[in-house]
Design a protein around this ligand. Structure first.
Ligand code: GLN
Length: 479
């Protein structure tokens, strides 16, 4: 990465920060390189819903700070970042890729955005996503799908597909996404980059348009594990505006052992995973062993129910969170003959098909006749999963599996909702248990003559992000 030929927009945060400090490039040059590439590629890729004009004042301020503070300036100072369209930036539209919020302009900064601004980071645009973050392909955006820069006939994953494509195609140095059931990690895997879902409560959700409040976390999509760490460190921390944020040290601190014990639930991988993805996974485990780590078996029988529990709890929370978007209190307003008509018209015009499906499902599982049969059972399954993972972490430091069963799929290939939901089979558990998880690129697999990226996924105990960065670094180095 550090050779002089690398274009500025292709740099990692680490390397860009080094060059800025060494005066090998200016903040303006770095911005222009990203902005020009974004303008050039975006009509085809549609990673951004909007590319922001250069903020001359912010660019000048970042430059001044680097000049004055040098090594002491935050690493993110002057770094152009892409922000998912469900994270508020004051004065900018935040539509969550929905017609419902097409013209909604944020009146305040999300807490993460505030922190990034304080660090001197720059925002290059807002990125495309599945509507209200529901989906695994970005095909559910109300404004057209994003293409995977590795193979434009394929999806970039979702719901943070725009952020993933922006980073993978070097239209930004790094990005923020949100992850409710895999929406950072799965698109990171399918576009060949790193994605982190932090511990629940590590990062403030204030200013994140809510999907499933007990599952949502904002996190980084980045070109390297080191970059994911830089971004995570910059956005994390207790926040008065989000009562679910946790203080440092809430969970017991674990020393990072020299020899990591990597737990592999092989019983979960017996079916449904593409054979060559499994080969890539085993090869990566072999490299981890070569690097001195131990691979051990773990049993997580309740994982078989994770997807079912997720697809009950998540829509239940979606149905409540989106209730406020009724054309009266918030969101697109269409008028009919009666108040009921107003609601129906506004919500029918404003919400896409997948969103409506989940609202219906969520309303159903919470309804008085069915809440015991569905929602409460799913919640009980969630508690069992959490206990099972806690127990597994007595005999291992991280748990590993492939991030997805397959590489990126073609547009329209998963039009049956259930087949799309199966895409999340490995990622949802970390949201249900609240544990942090990372996806790091492993070997590629070949489809139709193209090498497509796939990811290896690690889960760690609560607040043990450092273990994820350590094991992620090892995988990265071994590639
Ligand atoms: N793909 C999952 C879903 O559709 C996850 C979405 C997310 O993490 N925001 O619910």
């Amino acid at each position: 990465m550090s050779n002089g030929m690398t274009k500025l927009n292709e740099l990692t945060i680490e390397e860009a920060a080094r060059r800025l400090r060494a005066r090998e490039c200016s903040v303006r040059e770095l911005w222009d390189a990203c902005a020009e590439e974004a303008q050039k590629r975006n009509p085809e890729l549609r990673a951004y819903l909007e590319i922001f004009p250069a903020d001359d004042e912010a660019i000048a301020a970042a430059q001044k700070r680097i000049d004055a503070e040098g090594e002491r300036a935050p690493l993110l100072c002057g770094i152009p970042l892409a922000i998912k369209d469900n994270i508020l930036i004051e004065g900018k539209i935040a539509s969550a890729s929905s017609k419902m919020l097409e013209n909604y302009r944020a009146t305040y900064d999300a807490s993460v955005v505030k922190k990034l601004k304080e660090a001197g980071a720059l925002f290059i645009g807002r990125t495309n996503m599945d509507e209200f973050a529901m989906g695994s392909s970005t095909e559910h955006s109300a404004f057209g799908a994003t293409k995977n820069p590795i193979d434009t006939e394929r999806v970039p994953g979702g719901s943070s597909g725009g952020s993933a494509a922006a980073v993978a195609a070097h239209l930004a140095i790094a990005a923020l996404g949100s992850d409710t059931g895999g929406s950072i990690r799965q698109p990171a895997a399918l576009t060949g980059i790193v994605g982190l879902k932090p511990t629940y409560g590590a990062v403030s959700r204030s200013g994140l348009i809510a999907m499933g409040s007990s599952l949502d976390q904002i996190g980084p999509l980045a070109k390297s594990v080191a970059d994911a760490r830089i971004l995570h460190e910059a956005i994390r921390g207790k926040d008065e505006l989000d009562s679910t944020t946790i203080p440092d040290g809430l969970y017991p601190k674990r020393e990072i052992p020299k020899t990591l014990r990597i737990g592999v639930p092989r019983h979960l991988l017996r079916e449904g995973v593409d054979p060559d993805v499994l080969v890539a996974f085993e090869a990566t485990l072999a490299k981890l062993k070569e690097a001195g780590h131990a691979v051990v078996d773990v049993e997580l029988p309740a994982s078989a129910h994770a997807l079912a529990a997720y697809y009950i709890i998540m829509p239940a929370e979606v149905s409540t969170n989106l209730a406020r978007l009724d054309g009266m209190r918030y969101g697109r307003a269409a008028r009919g003959d009666t108040l009921l008509d107003d609601y129906i018209k506004s919500r029918t015009e404003g919400f896409g098909e997948e969103t409506r499906r989940r609202i219906l499902l969520g309303t159903f599982v919470l309804s008085s006749g069915y809440i015991d049969a569905y929602y409460r059972k799913a919640d009980a399954a969630r508690a069992v999963l959490r206990r099972e993972y806690d127990k597994a972490f007595e005999s291992c430091d991280v748990i590993a599996f492939p991030t997805t069963p397959s590489p990126a799929f073609k547009f329209g290939e998963k039009s049956d909702p259930l087949s799309m939901y199966l895409e999340d089979i490995f990622t949802v558990t970390a949201n249900l248990t609240g544990m942090p998880a990372i996806s790091v690129p492993m070997n590629t697999v070949n489809r139709d003559g193209k090498e497509l990226p796939v990811g290896i996924h690690f889960t760690a105990p609560h607040q043990a992000e450092d273990v994820l960065f350590t094991v992620g670094n090892t995988v990265e180095k071994s590639l």
